[in-house]
Design a protein around this ligand. Structure first.
Ligand code: IMP
Length: 177
């Protein structure tokens, strides 16, 4: 097994490109059916979701709009618990069905914050799409409607996810060795 080094830590291969892509296709099939009459606004949560969002949205074939929001909660390999909005959402989301597009749902602190921001701005409905879900860490009541792959409470990098800013460009997902 080939270990890789990201910054000062070693990671081993965990989820390969093929598995990632087929999980995404499965999510898109459901989104295309469920939201076909909704003209949804996909809100991509930067930075980590950029790769997942690009691949997912290439498979979404219903009329939709796409926008971005930037939040941060992680430092190194653990969540700080405090989520800060770094770049706000420009669109009017009143009465829209909004799909939050996340790279990973861990404790759900980020999701909870986004949910609150969107509710305050008068959305009609909120759906959540995430590439990865850590079910053992996620204890919030907000439903995760579209989860690509469920993983245990391990720290992963690649496919948009970083360790201290690095490793986002990796095509596959790696776990701390
Ligand atoms: P939460 O707010 O605890 O759910 O964490 C969500 C955010 O933390 C994600 O959008 C990621 O940016 C980051 N994160 C959570 N788990 C990991 C991980 O295993 N690797 C890299 N980043 C992670």
């Amino acid at each position: 097994m080939e270990l890789i080094t990201v910054k000062d830590k070693q990671f081993k291969p965990y989820i390969g490109e093929d598995k990632i892509q087929s999980a995404i296709k499965g999510l898109a099939v459901n989104i295309n059916i469920d939201l076909r009459d909704e003209f949804p606004l996909f809100v991509i949560v930067l930075n980590g979701s950029f790769m997942f969002a690009a691949d997912l949205l290439k498979e979404v074939h219903i009329p939709c709009e796409i926008s971005f929001i930037k939040v941060a909660s992680y430092h190194g390999t653990s969540s700080t618990g405090t989520v800060t909005e770094l770049v706000g959402l420009a669109e009017d989301v009143t009465n829209r069905t909004v799909v939050i597009v996340e790279d990973i749902v861990d404790t759900g602190a980020t999701l909870e914050k986004l949910h609150a921001i969107l509710i305050k701005r008068g959305v009609k409905a909120i759906k959540v799409a995430t590439m990865l879900l850590k079910p053992d860490a996620y204890k919030k009541p907000i439903p995760v409607n579209y989860a690509g792959i469920e993983i245990p409470n391990d720290f992963v990098v690649g496919y948009g996810l970083d360790y201290d800013g690095q490793g986002r460009n990796l095509k596959d997902i790696y776990v701390l060795a």
